[in-house]
Ligand binder design. Sequence first.
Ligand code: SF4
Length: 278
Amino acid sequence: MQKLALDAGFSCPNRDGRLSAGGCTFCNNEAFNTSYCDRRKSITEQLEDGKHFFNRKKPGMKYLAYFQAYSNTYAPLPRLKALYEEALSVDNVVGIVIGTRPDCVNDEILNYLEELSHRTFVLVEYGVESCNDETLRRINRGHDFACSRKAIEGTHRRGIYTCAHIILGLPGESRGEMLRQAELVSSLPIDVLKLHQLQIIQGTAMAREYEQQPFHTFTLEEYVDLLVDYLPRLRPDIALERFVSESPSRLLIAPRWGVKPQEVTRMVMEKLHQIQID
Ligand code: SF4
């Protein structure tokens, strides 16, 4: 199964002026848009291009349409329905994954997603980023942790698969604070967790902050050590979709580890295994 990232032409309230015009200080959507992901193309065209790309590698694959760029529930319900249904009508697309902000869902949208989840795979991925309200203010997130909890609980209550996205290493958070948050993350009724290290990306407010007053970002060894302490604190039934991210080199300011995500995974697995043996 392969996720195909989509840019469905959404915006987000933290960029269009409803909450702010600046966005979260770490955000540059260019950093995670793939080559076949282009908002000028229809959903069907983007999915067909993505299928063509992956089908060469593994013929006969099935796909999940991944509404990834910006906030993918930030539109009136009829528009959301049209976009999601278009994706699900494409051959070999067997479910959808919807990335969004916790303040961009409401009962009407969640009730529709609940209905949809009775006929296909639906996973809602919420940007939580931190459980610490002070950090959320500092990164101009525009919502607090209580908002994330409410959205996640409302989604889970409807039987919809739920994922949280967390960034480790946000400015102002010590190692102890990040470890404390592992327990809070575990207290959320999530099925899936995505973690990644803070990356300073060109063109972001955080890049300007970093330039003016550089702050510490993880070395590879520090990040691996943190994960080795962080992961065992998580509820064991949470599926970890990833714990490292790799932004395009042309955009990445720091940290520049020069290793592939698989190598980080190998290092973490090796250390965890070593602890078990000891
Ligand atoms: S990270 Fe998401 S919520 Fe924040 S500014 Fe970017 S698109 Fe908007």
